[in-house]
Write a protein that binds this ligand. Structure first.
Ligand code: CP
Ligand code: NVA
Length: 310
């Protein structure tokens, strides 16, 4: 039984195949396509808000032949204390697979362990692997060629600004290690990469190749990509005032873009707070590829689901 809970759940060669498949699925969308999930019903259990992930998974599952069944955790018995173990066992009797967006990463691991269906991580507090695969594919579309998409990321420098201890930062650390990228994280010292991701990186067999650079200008030098995310992730709302006090210098501005390579891209997983983590000028400027990223969630997740079942 294969799950996709973290970036390294696919080997490098499996990830390379996923990238090629995403490109094919994108090119052929709208034409008659194979439906590897025909006749299946996939659950989507969410305990956090979502626009892109929910809609792209529902559309993608439909296009692969499966029926998506959206479940809000707050309406399920798990929210009233039913265990992850029992919920996983019961849902496995009905569903062919489960896409989960939740808080603790151990919850999604619990579903994978106790259920008997593939589980896909649609974001936890620790990781957001579907986003990193999608964003990397969006870059590979620009840098690579058919048959060598993933390879085109090797040695490229991506600088991530903001909360360097959140799910997106962690996922760039792990995904960047798998894909052979140079990952630099820039944010306040109090939000430097944490021990959990360092341990996971080591457990997955990677040395610490990422760099934490608190000086945002130094970090940007010669970068191929400047990337940012919200300063307050879902579940951190109570810390908003404290966070807004310290993140200011890490907003991506044209001055920062000017430090990067002339052909550098700006990326954001969205939703964006323009005027905070990114200026209007950069967000709407020619380097910004944020809506291509959003679109590619659909193609990439269809490829991930297809690969899981292959
Ligand atoms: N980027 C992303 O995961 O967006 P949603 O929260 O809207 O799903
Ligand atoms: N770090 C953000 C990502 C949103 C897609 C959050 O967890 O809210």
């Amino acid at each position: 039984m294969k799950h996709f809970l973290k970036e390294t759940d696919f080997s490098y060669s499996e990830a390379a195949a996923v990238f090629e498949l995403a490109a094919q699925l994108k090119a052929n969308r709208g034409k008659p396509q194979a439906q590897p999930l025909a006749g299946q019903t996939w659950g989507m259990l969410f305990s956090k808000s979502s626009t892109r992930t929910r809609v792209s998974f529902e559309v993608g599952l439909n296009e692969l032949g499966a029926k998506p069944l959206f479940m809000e955790q707050k309406n399920m018995q798990i929210d009233r204390g039913e265990t992850v173990e029992d919920t996983a066992r019961v849902l496995s009797r009905y569903l062919h697979g489960l896409v989960i967006r939740t808080h603790g990463h151990e919850i999604i691991e619990g579903f994978a362990r106790h259920g008997s269906m593939p589980v896909v991580n649609a974001l936890t507090d620790l990781l957001h692997p579907c986003q990193i695969y999608t964003d990397s594919f969006t870059l590979a579309e620009r840098w690579g060629q058919t048959g060598k998409l993933l390879e085109s990321l090797k040695g490229r420098k991506l600088v991530y600004y903001g909360d360097c201890a959140n799910n997106m930062a962690n996922s760039w650390i792990l995904g960047g290690a798998l894909f052979g990228m140079e990952i630099v994280l820039s944010g306040p010292e109090a939000y430097a990469p944490g021990v959990e991701i360092r341990n996971l990186l080591a457990k997955e067999g990677y040395s610490e190749t990422f760099v934490f650079e608190p000086d945002p200008v130094k970090a940007a030098r010669n970068a191929d990509v400047l990337y940012t995310d919200v300063w307050v992730s879902m579940g951190q709302e109570e810390e908003t005032a404290e966070r807004l006090k310290t993140f200011g210098p890490y907003g991506v501005s044209q001055q920062l873009m000017d430090q990067a390579r002339p052909d550098a891209y700006f990326m954001h997983c969205l939703p964006a707070h323009v005027g905070m983590e990114v200026t209007e000028e950069v967000y709407t400027g020619k380097a910004s590829i944020v809506f291509d990223e959003a679109e590619n969630r659909l193609h990439m997740q269809k490829a991930i689901l297809s690969q899981l079942l292959s």
